[in-house]
Design a protein around this ligand. Structure first.
Ligand code: URA
Length: 230
């Protein structure tokens, strides 16, 4: 890899600022100053910028326990983006694999890998997302079958795909859905005359929200968690 590209891939420098750093003599290869941006970096080379050892930043996979009043897009005047909760280099390379509403808490997956996130969000992959919810009105047993059969959402063609409802208490349940339509859980409950008052995502596919993470905290995924997304 060219040295200027290597600097870009391992720092927050742009090509232009990488070249400037090279011209200033801030970059060394195995202890020798290198100014040639086309210099070919191999595994044998130890590259340092102002004395700091550089290593390529590879693909990143993150889980976050999203607090309320944060949003899963980058621009909003009212709320802070979840990306700003991560103290990582090059946050602009990250995107969110399946959004949650501002008032929903829980598991958000964030990555630099577009193919990986597609496997989570594509309806064809039928990746299950499990939510814990509370409702304004009591939940009745007949809803279990209704959600299995599918319900009609406002302004949508056809019924929702089979969803698993586990009633935990009169106003509390777990719901697993495999689609990710806009406000889907809230709209499913609205379709049966109820209202979601609290919503928390517990899992996406085989990835469970780490119980050690407080609201607003995050960690990198393990290899097994990354590979579990097929
Ligand atoms: N369904 C909703 O209605 N809101 C969410 O945040 C996630 C799923």
């Amino acid at each position: 890899m060219r040295l200027d590209k290597f600097i870009c891939e391992s720092t927050s420098h742009s090509r232009v600022s990488a070249k400037k750093a090279l011209h200033r003599g801030d970059v060394t290869c195995n202890g020798e100053v290198v100014k040639n941006s086309g210099f070919k970096v191999t595994d044998e080379h130890e590259i340092r910028l102002e004395g700091e050892l550089l290593t390529i930043i590879g693909p990143r996979f993150i889980m976050l326990n999203k607090p309320v009043d944060t949003i899963c897009s980058t621009i909003d005047e009212e709320y802070q983006s979840v990306i700003s909760l991560l103290d990582v280099i090059r946050p602009e390379d990250l995107h969110i694999a399946g959004r949650l509403d501002a008032d929903t808490t829980g598991l958000v997956l964030i990555t630099t890998d577009g193919q990986w996130s597609h496997k989570i969000t594509s309806p064809k992959k039928e990746c299950g997302k499990r939510y814990l919810l509370e409702t304004a009105e009591p939940l009745t047993d007949d809803l279990v079958q209704q959600f299995r059969d599918g319900v009609q959402l406002n302004n949508e063609d056809g019924l929702t795909k089979p969803a698993e409802l586990e009633i935990l208490g009169s106003n509390q349940a777990r719901l697993t859905i495999t689609e990710g339509k806009y406000h889907q859980v809230k709209r499913m409950l609205a379709a049966v005359g109820n209202k979601v008052t609290k919503l928390h995502r517990e899992s996406v596919g085989a990835i469970e929200l780490d119980a050690e993470l407080e609201l607003g905290e995050w960690r990198y995924l393990t290899d097994a968690e990354i590979k579990s997304v097929k």
